[in-house]
Write a protein that binds this ligand. Sequence first.
Ligand code: PAF
Length: 282
Amino acid sequence: MELLADPNLLKQHCHAWRAQGLSIALVPTMGFLHAGHLSLFDHARTLADRLVVSIFVNPTQFGPNEDLDRYPRDLPRDLELAAAHGADLVFAPEAQAMYHPDHAAWVDVPELGRGLCGASRPGHFRGVCTVVAKLFGLARPDVAVFGEKDWQQLAIIRRMTRDLELGVTVVGRPIFREPDGLAMSSRNVYLTPGERAEAPAIRQGLVLVQGAVRSGELDVGRLGLMFRAHLAEKLSGARVDYAEFVHPEALSPVVRVDAPTLFAVAVFVGRVRLIDNILLEV
Ligand code: PAF
């Protein structure tokens, strides 16, 4: 497995593969890999001849008071895991290599990025879109694979890719969960043992809402209250950042679950903000 930090070398490497007629899959990550990432690599490996994994804690998607400096990092371990899960190349640049000092171009999908996580993380999706567009430009992959835990991110990247004709097939993969249901996230390491023990209540709340929909409760006001009451009971010290029912692609709010609807939540457990979602089918 090749390790590259220079964007130009990534470009050259991928160009050479394409010249040999080889297809390329890209899985962009911020590292500190967990089983969720590895499942993305395993799947991506089946979609193309070569697998490129990027590991880059992208500064432009973090707000001034967010966890950029303390975001967990472990490159040696990540490299071992990526190699074991079929990566042909890991691209792990420094921020200065990815952003010129006078970097001035941004990619944004404001209509989809305003609500949900975008409301409490202004500028976040602009940073995500910009770095993903740059990675697409460098590697020019045939296919790129993302997890559905960040559903809003996935919807935005799909729209960006479609609207800008980037020529990449964007594939979403189901949320990978711990055995107790907690969605896997690099940020789970921040949880105290007590918080970690209670955090699966988030997933249980989503399943509770799904059960209520299946039993005929379609009113999002009542469903939302059900979720909040469940968390108040089961997850001491949790603060709901948002718990919203939206159209799965347009991400616009809905008032009744009478068509497939995404129920997306962000919950502060102590200082850690966790996100999760469930697609409600009627
Ligand atoms: O989901 C992530 O880890 C990041 O937002 C991504 C897509 C790698 C862009 O930095």
